[in-house]
Design a protein around this ligand. Structure first.
Ligand code: UDX
Length: 435
C-alpha cells in the first residue's frame, strides 16, 4: 500500500520504517530540511536500537523515501499518518498546533480519497477537530476519512513494540477506513481492537496514565518500605505474580521521565478538567513522581550531611536505558538540585552524552564510570544501563573519596555492596541506612 508518514520523530520514523519493512511504499515527510538531509544520508536523528539498519534496508529496496514536501506525501499515498509532536503547553495542555497545521496542508493538497490517521498522542475529541479542519480548508470536495491509531512504542524497544504489539487499536468511523487499516495491520498477527475514534484516543491516554500510576504506586510502597524496613523488590515480586497485577512497571526508582508519561499525564489531567472531571488520582500520581526525584536529594543530604563542596558522580542521564533521550529525565532535576546545593557533579551515560551537553552544561562529562568515581564523595545510579550492573567495585572503592552508592534504580544487591565495604542506599531497600 502507498503510505505517507508526516513527522520523522521517535514515533513517525519507526512507524514509516516498519511499514516499509512490511512491504509497503512509504514517504516520510518532515518540514525540518536538516533532518530530511540527515535521513537521506542514512544518519539517524536519535539512537534507537535497530533503526539505522531498518531505514537503510527500506531505502535500499526503494520502499522508503524522505521529503520535506507534504504535497508529495499526500499525493503519493492513500493512507496518511500524522505523527508530528504534541508537546506540552505551559498550562499543561497538549499543544496541537503542529497537528492542526498539517491538517490544513493536507486539505489543500487532497486529490482523491485519503485516509488521514492520528498516530500522535492526542487529547480525546481531536479526531473530530481534524475532520472539521480538513473539511474547512478543502480546495475541492474530495472524499476522506479520519481515524485514530495510537502507538504504544517504548523508546529502546520501539521496533519490536511495532512489529509485536500486544494489540493494535483502530479508531474508525467508516467501513472503508476499517478495511484499509485492518489490511495494513493484519500481517502482524496480533489482536486488533476496533473502536470509534474517541475511544481509541482515550485508550492511549488511559494506558499511559495507568502505567504511570503503577510506577507511582510502587514508589509510594518503596517509601513505606524505607519507613518500616521492608524491601520493595521483594514486595514487587510478591505482588507481580498475581496476574491481575503483573510484575512489569512495578520497579521502584527515581521516578518516571521521558517525552510521554509526564506530558501525557499532564494533558490527561487537563482534558479531564475541561470535561468537568477533577482527576485527583492522576494528580496524586504526578505528586508522588515529583516527590520521588526530590527523595534522591534528601537521601544524598542524609548520607553526606553537607552537599556543598562535595563531588557527586552520576551514572546514567537518559530517562531510561537503551536510549539517548534526556527529555524530562529525572537525572536533570536531580542534578540541578545537587548543583543548587553547591555540589560539583560529574556524569557518564553510554548514549546520552551529546544530549547532556545541552541539558547539563555545567556538569563535567566523563568517558566512563571510573572517571566519574575518581575523587567522588558519592556515586548515584540514575539510569539502569546494563553496563553499570557489573562494575569493578574494588576499583570504584579505591577511586572514590568515600564509598557511598545511591542506587536510584535498585540495580545492586545491598548485602553484596555492603560486604564490599560500600555504604549502600537504594529506593525502598529496607531502612535508609544500617544503624
Ligand atoms: C511509554 C509507554 O510505555 C509506551 O507504551 C508509550 O507509547 C510511550 O510512553 P517510554 O516513555 O518510551 O514508553 O518508556 P517506558 O519504558 O514506558 O518508561 C517510562 C519511564 O518510566 C522511564 O523513565 C522509566 O525509567 C520509568 N519506569 C518504567 C519506572 O520508573 N519503573 C518501571 O517499572 C518502568
Amino acid at each position: 500500500m502507498e503510505i505517507s508518514v508526516i513527522g520523522a520523530g521517535h514515533v513517525g520514523l519507526v512507524t514509516g520504517a516498519c511499514f516499509a519493512d512490511l512491504g509497503h511504499r512509504v514517504v516520510m515527510v518532515d518540514n525540518d530540511a536538516k533532518r530530511i538531509e540527515q535521513l537521506k544520508r542514512g544518519a539517524m536523528p536519535y539512537y534507537e536500537p535497530g533503526l539505522e539498519e531498518l531505514v537503510a534496508r527500506g531505502v535500499r529496496e526503494h520502499r522508503l523515501a524522505f521529503t520535506t514536501s507534504l504535497k508529495e506525501g499526500v499525493q503519493k499515498s492513500t493512507i496518511i499518518f500524522i505523527a508530528v509532536g504534541t508537546p506540552q503547553k505551559s498550562n499543561g495542555e497538549a499543544d496541537l498546533a503542529y497537528v492542526e497545521a498539517v491538517a490544513r496542508s493536507i486539505a489543500q493538497h487532497l486529490c482523491g480519497y485519503r485516509l488521514i490517521v492520528e498516530k500522535s498522542t492526542v487529547p480525546v475529541q481531536t479526531g473530530h477537530r481534524l475532520a472539521q479542519t480538513i473539511k474547512t480548508y478543502l480546495k475541492k470536495k474530495h472524499p476522506f476519512d479520519v481515524a485514530s491509531n495510537p502507538e504504544f512504542l517504548r523508546e529502546g524497544t520501539a521496533i519490536q513494540d511495532f512489529m509485536k504489539p500486544d494489540r493494535v487499536v483502530l479508531g474508525v468511523e467508516s467501513q472503508r477506513a476499517r478495511q484499509l487499516l485492518r489490511s495494513l495491520y493484519q500481517p502482524l498477527g496480533v489482536p486488533i481492537v476496533v473502536t470509534d475514534i474517541k475511544s481509541a484516543e482515550l485508550i492511549k491516554h488511559a494506558s499511559n496514565s495507568f502505567l504511570s500510576m503503577k510506577i507511582s504506586f510502587i514508589n509510594a510502597i518503596a517509601t513505606l518500605c524505607e519507613r518500616c524496613g521492608a524491601d520493595v523488590q521483594q514486595v514487587a515480586e510478591g505482588m507481580g505474580l498475581d496476574e491481575r497485577i503483573g510484575r512489569s512497571f512495578l520497579n521502584a526508582g527515581v521516578g518516571f521521565g521521558g517525552f510521554c508519561f509526564p506530558k501525557d499525564l499532564e494533558a490527561f489531567i487537563k482534558i479531564s478538567e475541561q470535561l468537568g472531571y477533577d482527576f485527583e488520582l492522576l494528580k496524586a500520581v504526578r505528586r508522588i513522581n515529583e516527590a520521588q526525584k526530590g527523595s534522591v536529594l534528601e537521601k544524598m543530604q542524609q548520607a553526606l550531611w553537607v552537599i556543598k563542596g562535595k563531588t557527586i558522580g552520576v551514572l546514567g542521564l537518559a530517562f531510561k536505558p537503551n536510549t539517548d533521550d534526556m527529555r524530562y529525565a529525572p537525572a536533570i532535576e536531580i542534578i540541578e538540585g545537587l548543583l543548587r546545593e553547591g555540589a560539583m557533579v560529574k556524569a557518564f551515560d553510554p548514549q546520552a552524552m551529546p544530549e547532556a551537553v545541552h541539558h547539563l552544561p555545567t556538569v563535567k562529562l566523563c568517558r566512563d564510570p571510573y572517571e566519574v568515581a575518581r575523587h567522588a564523595d558519592a556515586l548515584a545510579v540514575l539510569t539502569e544501563w546494563n553496563e553499570f550492573k557489573e562494575l569493578d567495585f574494588a576499583r570504584l572503592k579505591r577511586l572514590m573519596r568515600q564509598p557511598l552508592i545511591v542506587d536510584g534504580r535498585n540495580i545492586y544487591d545491598p548485602q553484596r555492596l555492603q560486604a564490599l565495604g560500600f555504604r549502600y542506599i537504594g529506593i525502598g531497600r529496607g531502612t535508609l541506612e544500617p544503624h
